[in-house]
Design a protein around this ligand. Structure first.
Ligand code: ARG
Length: 444
């Protein structure tokens, strides 16, 4: 004993795994009895005792003892206090190394289910926004320069697709980690006639790990979870950035519900988009935890090393950050209102239609590259004259190309959008297809 015993203690954070730990222990005890490794009587006592332990934890009167270091030792000690020597037989054919590997997988499996459900709620909110404003035209941007008119719904459904890929990444992670590590012992396997498949069935794993050394050393599933969470947060952060700039006076595209803005303590006119800003900021800590787990793992020799205990705090933080952020967005997005008038008037601003005018000339037989040059010169001319393209009389158009005609004035934002009518484009019927696809996915 030295003065630094708290250095190795993990009970203040690993107690969060108590449900997983107890479920794993119950499945293990039942299997030990079925295989004749312990008596059925002992197994019954262990299972009932673990139920009591769980009740105590949930009631808040479990005697957590930091001197016992971690969750596993705390639960086992309490079990033995409650039921006597049978409690001491629970750890037969098991090590804390395969036990913690199991607990973390069970916890991650639940976290993935929660993340997917929360992502679905965000997708639902985006779909509702898209549907509610299905005809609103807005400026689409490249380089944060107004580029071409698009439907607001198209913009929302772009995020739907990002979150759809995120769900795919979490689902892939769940499928790859669907392997029971218990039964690997400390590293080499166990010298008892255990039935690993029975435990896998009870705990709903599809497979058992094929290599005991890998099973106790592997935290790939955590690295994958962190990576999927980091990419999801990156998407949320991009959406946050748009919400922040869209709700500025300069853009003035959207207004967030009052409950998702805050005033300034000294500037009474402010409506700060704090939730979006905090989400953008929290993305940083999620990236940090991804780097954390990769770094913990990179130099470890096989098999279990105590460094692995450092997999937990960053992971729990990422789970909490991810879920709370997604839940905020699922609630915040539906209350966002649009400044439709402004969006449509900016989308109709004539320079936004320059590409369409070039395409118009192409329609009259002018090669695209040439048409592009004509329009560039026309835009420069209008800019110098302080005029919009729509104000320019036809005789001036004709100075730039003989192919212009009266119908040049028929090109509007609505016509521009409607013209982008191939798969994936922003034409209303294509966006309707995107919306139908989104609703179909949400129904599955
Ligand atoms: N608290 C440990 C962890 O989180 C549990 C496993 C400890 N195993 C050991 N041999 N000390 O990794």
């Amino acid at each position: 004993m030295n003065d630094h015993t708290d250095y190795t203690v993990s009970i203040h954070y690993d107690r969060r795994l108590y449900r997983q730990d107890i479920a794993g222990s119950k499945a293990h005890a039942a299997m030990l009895a079925k295989q004749g490794i312990i008596t059925q009587d002992d197994a019954d006592r262990i299972i009932a005792g673990l139920g009591k332990v769980q009740d105590e934890i949930e009631r808040g009167d479990f005697p957590w003892d930091p001197a016992l270091e971690d969750l596993h030792m705390n639960i086992e000690r309490r079990l033995t206090d409650l039921i006597g020597p049978a409690g001491a037989r629970l750890h037969t054919g098991r090590s804390r190394n395969d036990q913690i590997a199991l607990d973390m997988r069970l916890y991650t499996r639940q976290a993935i289910a929660d993340a997917v459900a929360a992502l679905r709620d965000v997708q639902r909110a985006l779909t509702q926004l898209a549907e509610r404003h299905s005809n609103v035209v807005m400026p689409g941007y490249t380089h944060l320069q107004r580029a071409q008119p698009v439907l607001f719904a198209h913009h929302m459904l772009a995020y739907f697709e990002m979150f759809q890929r995120d769900i795919g990444r979490f689902t892939d992670c769940a499928a790859r980690m669907d392997v029971l590590p218990l039964g690997s012992g400390a590293l080499a396997g166990v010298p008892y006639p255990t039935d690993r498949h029975a435990v896998a069935d009870t705990l709903e794993f599809s497979e058992i790990s094929p290599n005991s050394m890998d099973a106790v050393a592997d935290r790939d599933f955590l690295a994958e979870f962190h990576a999927a969470a980091a990419i999801t947060m990156m998407h949320v952060s991009r959406l946050s950035e748009e919400i922040v700039i869209w709700s500025s006076r300069e853009f003035d595209f959207v207004r967030l519900a009052d409950e998702f803005t805050t005033g300034s303590s000294i500037m009474p006119q402010k409506r700060n988009p704090d939730f979006a800003e905090i989400a953008r900021g929290k993305t940083g800590r999620v990236y940090g935890s991804l780097m954390g787990i990769l770094t913990v793992l990179k130099g470890l020799p096989l098999t279990y090393n105590r460094d692995l205990q450092e997999d937990k705090e960053g992971f729990f933080d990422t789970v909490d950050t991810l879920l709370s952020t997604l839940r905020v967005f699922a609630d915040m997005l539906p209350g966002m209102t649009l400044n439709t008038e402004r969006l449509e008037s900016l989308a109709s601003e004539s320079y936004m239609l320059a590409t369409d005018l070039a395409d118009y000339l192409v329609g009259k037989g002018v090669p695209f590259r040439e048409a592009h040059g004509v329009m560039r010169r026309l835009c420069q001319h209008c800019e110098a004259e302080g005029k919009s393209l729509s104000e320019l009389p036809l005789d001036e158009y004709l100075k730039f190309s003989p192919h212009f005609d009266d119908d040049v004035y028929a090109i509007t934002a609505a016509a521009s959008v409607a013209a982008r009518d191939n798969p994936g484009g922003t034409a209303p019927n294509r966006v309707a297809e995107g919306l139908a696809r989104a609703k179909q996915i949400l129904q599955e």
